[in-house]
Design a protein around this ligand. Structure first.
Ligand code: NAP
Length: 306
């Protein structure tokens, strides 16, 4: 089955939308890319850097005659956008999204879509802390997983076509239920972001009493959290508000495990600490072995040039 589409509509032209445009151009996956972004500034920038063949002032206009529609807006905006595009969708079009949460997307988007389109929710597990139309690049999805969460009554041919599309973008593809997706991503992505946001906030308060030493000595570990904590605030607000149950479940487990560490430190229980730290080291090694991280020390960073 071909991974190509005649006309692809990108609704939202930030990091993910612009990266999709770059890779579609590079691999020849779309004959025409139409685009919509909320602000005139993003629309103008998208035209300037050639992300789209046509730009539209409404999402409904952008999806006209599109064979594939990809919602690349924050999770909390997908329902409203689906309501706008519903009546304008082409018969037989595939509608997908890239949202970091899946159960809420199914809940908010599916009711707005007509029965004659194929809705296949998706999530490319690939990203950076950057956002906006200039942040995208064609290689973002290479060797990363894209998770599809088709509903039981979804047309298998539409799922297959979308799978082929993501593979052509360089991704590995796996399908699972929306609920399972949300549970797995709560621990692998959502909780790490929450912890990073929290540690940076705590350090910012401490910074006031240490006369800039938090920033000065940040290479001791803190710095690596700040990359994650620099992610888009609106996107992450929507993730937490829309994956509440799974995140609270994982946060509960995390807090229990943190108490074990706290207790071990208080009682001088070095064995507990070494056992846990040894297991963590092993997990990083398996992530490297799975090709999801570089083995280079310090994430392959080179010392900054003066
Ligand atoms: P982004 O760079 O901030 O871009 C978001 C786009 O959505 C922009 O074009 C923005 O338009 C538009 N938008 C924002 N709020 C809107 C609203 N209320 N109504 C209509 N359009 C709106 O975000 P992104 O990183 O590409 O994320 C997009 C989606 O991908 C999110 O659902 C996110 O969960 C998912 N995702 C992100 C990552 C990541 O690491 N960033 C990874 C995987 C999946 P303007 O520019 O005009 O404001």
């Amino acid at each position: 089955m071909s991974a190509q589409f005649k006309r692809v509509a990108l609704i939202g032209l930030g990091l993910i939308g612009s990266s999709l445009s770059h890779v579609m151009r590079q691999k020849g996956l779309a004959e025409h890319i139409s685009g919509y972004a909320r602000s005139a500034a993003t629309r103008a920038k998208a035209v300037e850097i050639g992300l789209v063949d046509s730009i539209h002032e409404s999402a409904a206009a952008a999806v006209q005659d599109a064979d594939l529609v990809v919602l690349c807006v924050p999770v909390g905006a997908c329902g409203e956008v689906a309501g706008e595009i519903g009546p304008s969708l082409k018969h037989g079009a595939i509608v997908t999204d890239v949202g970091s949460v899946k159960t809420a997307i199914v809940r908010d988007v599916a009711p707005h879509l007509p029965g004659h389109v194929h809705f296949v929710p998706g999530h490319p597990v690939a990203g950076t802390e950057q956002s906006g139309p200039e942040s995208g690049f064609a290689e973002l999805f290479v060797n990363r997983w894209c998770i599809l969460t088709p509903l039981p009554d979804c047309d298998p041919a539409a799922v297959k076509k979308l799978e082929e599309f993501w593979r052509a973008c360089g991704s590995n593809v796996e399908t699972m239920s929306p609920e399972h997706h949300d549970l797995v991503l709560a621990i692998t992505s959502h909780l790490p972001h929450l912890i990073a946001y929290n540690i940076v906030a705590t350090a910012a308060d401490v910074e006031e009493v240490t006369n800039s030493e938090v920033i000065k000595f940040s290479a001791g570990g803190f710095r690596d959290f700040t990359r994650i904590a620099a992610s888009d605030p609106i996107m992450w607000r929507d993730v937490f508000l829309n994956n509440k149950d799974a995140v609270l479940e994982m946060l509960g487990r995390f807090s229990e495990d943190l108490s074990v560490l706290q207790r071990a430190i208080r009682w001088g229980d070095g064995e507990t600490l070494v056992n846990l730290f040894t297991r963590s080291r092993q997990i990083r090694r398996s992530i490297i072995a799975a090709g999801q991280e570089t083995a280079a020390p310090d994430f392959g960073r080179r010392p900054a040039k003066n």
